[in-house]
Write a protein that binds this ligand. Structure first.
Ligand SMILES: Cc1ncc(COP(=O)(O)O)c(C=O)c1O
Length: 448
């Protein structure tokens, strides 16, 4: 078997350090290598394999669509494209809206911004996003993201993007310990930024409604406050649901937790849209925006917009979420997982905070001192001890994911309850081992 180390340029890593087994198959929450080693997936790979690996309904839908029609551009109609658009509008409750298909999350966000600007008649209108956010790695994606790793590659202002502080309640920029106060201040910062730029110059606010890819979970008053302050100023609200959509936060879309009257004007989707069985993204546009765009020329397009194979996978994915009750399952198992993680926090002082819990998504923020909340490592760096923990999990057949000092738990929504329980028991042991090593290191430093 050819090792891809020599030929492939890998993302988000130093090439010399890339090493990973070649994966040859998977089923449910597991995937495996040719030598027989298998891993339980506790992160849905990049938080995208919501349906697990090789979901039979998806594989069959792709096979059957491939036999009928692999491709036609969207200058022509295609049945799976029409069907998927109608299913998305129905699940979002966006009656009279429209769907624009993309290839993934970054281009979905870029297009959401394009459409918002066009609908507002502000071709170069400002877009407000927040610090510590991730919206994609294309140039506009990097400009939209509040990501310290890539901020030097692009000047956000050149893309007419303005960043505001995040509602990071554990380390609130306004130095309060009350989540609701932090949420209120963070929303107020958005209102003030719109007012200072001039609401007639601001096209949209783009945010993740609840759980964020970079580990921040917004307090409950944040999204409703954003909805009300943007509506009051006639600025459009875009929900980036690329990661949080399709049950990850216990609802079809995370904003739905706040009620139907808290809907965004547009939302961007990817990942769970096909459960990553094929690449696909989408911008779902509410009826007033669709109406505003109806008789204007749309100056954009992608060759593979609404690729029939990917759309067939999307239709099968939505049917699976519906018929297997996966949204409810994520809500139920997510609460269970959250309770177990709170238990772990009581036993391990290294866990500063546990966030999430609405669906199968949780973040453990690791600290070296719980009282001062000193992080285990400075974001986005990762502590060597956490690296070892991941490696030990890997050796024991469980794939955990971490970013900086955050452990991110986001297993496929189809994970078996006993697998989830066993993975959390393993995590318990790994955290105990890490705490012992950190204590031994500290003793050594004291002796020296
Ligand atoms: C919230 C969010 N938005 C956008 C993206 C970008 O998606 P893609 O990698 O498909 O371009 C991601 C990817 O991780 C994400 O988590």
């Amino acid at each position: 078997m050819i090792d891809e180390r020599d030929g492939v340029l890998h993302s988000w890593c130093v090439q010399d350090q890339w090493q990973a087994p070649t994966i040859v198959g998977g089923r449910g929450a597991r995937f495996w290598a040719a030598d027989g080693r298998a891993w339980l997936d506790m992160s849905s790979l990049a938080e995208c394999s919501h349906l697990g690996h090789q979901h039979p309904r998806l594989v069959e839908a792709i096979r059957s669509q491939a036999e009928q029609l692999c491709f036609v551009t969207n200058a022509w109609g295609a049945q799976p494209r029409a069907e998927l658009a109608s299913l998305l509008l129905e699940t979002a409750g966006f009656e009279g809206g429209r769907v624009f298909f993309t290839l993934g999350g970054a281009d979905a966000n870029e297009h959401a911004v394009k459409f918002a600007r066009q609908a507002r008649g502000l071709v170069k209108g400002w877009v407000i996003t927040r610090d510590r956010s991730y919206h994609g790695a294309s140039y506009a994606g990097m400009a939209l993201s509040g990501d310290s790793r890539t901020q030097d590659q692009v000047a956000a202002e050149d893309f007419r993007v303005s960043h505001v502080p995040a509602p990071y309640t554990y380390r609130c920029p306004w130095e309060t310990d009350h989540p609701a106060v932090c949420g209120e201040r963070a929303a107020q910062a958005v209102a003030e930024r719109i007012d200072s730029l001039g609401s007639a110059e601001v096209a949209a606010v783009l945010m993740e409604p609840n759980a964020g890819t970079n580990g921040i979970v917004a307090p409950d008053n944040y999204w409703p406050a954003l909805r009300s302050l943007t509506s009051a100023r006639q600025v459009l609200l875009i929900a980036d649901e690329v990661m949080s959509g399709f049950g990850r936060c216990g609802e079809w879309f995370a904003w739905q937790r706040y009620g139907a009257d808290q809907a965004p004007d547009l939302m961007s989707l990817a990942k769970g849209l096909t459960g990553a069985h094929l690449p696909l993204g989408a911008v779902v546009i509410s009826s007033p925006i669709a109406h505003a765009l109806q008789s204007q020329m749309l100056l954009t397009g992608l060759t593979y917009c609404g690729h029939p194979l990917a759309c067939a996978a999307g239709v099968a994915a939505i049917r699976s979420y519906q018929q297997e009750g996966l949204i409810e399952r994520s809500r139920h198992l997510g609460q269970q997982m959250f309770a177990q993680l709170i238990d772990l926090q009581a036993r391990h002082r290294i866990i500063g905070e546990v966030r999430g819990g609405h669906g199968l998504f949780a973040v453990l923020e690791l600290v070296s001192d719980r009282l001062t909340r000193a992080p285990l490592s400075i974001w986005p760096n990762m502590h060597e001890g956490l690296r070892r923990l991941l490696q030990r999990g890997f050796d024991a057949g469980v794939s955990f994911a971490a970013r900086g000092n955050l452990l991110i738990l986001a297993p496929p929504l189809v994970i078996e309850e006993h697998d989830l329980g066993n993975a959390l028991d393993l995590l318990d042991r790994l955290l105990a081992q890490l705490a012992q090593e950190l204590a031994a290191d500290a003793d050594q430093r004291e002796i020296a």
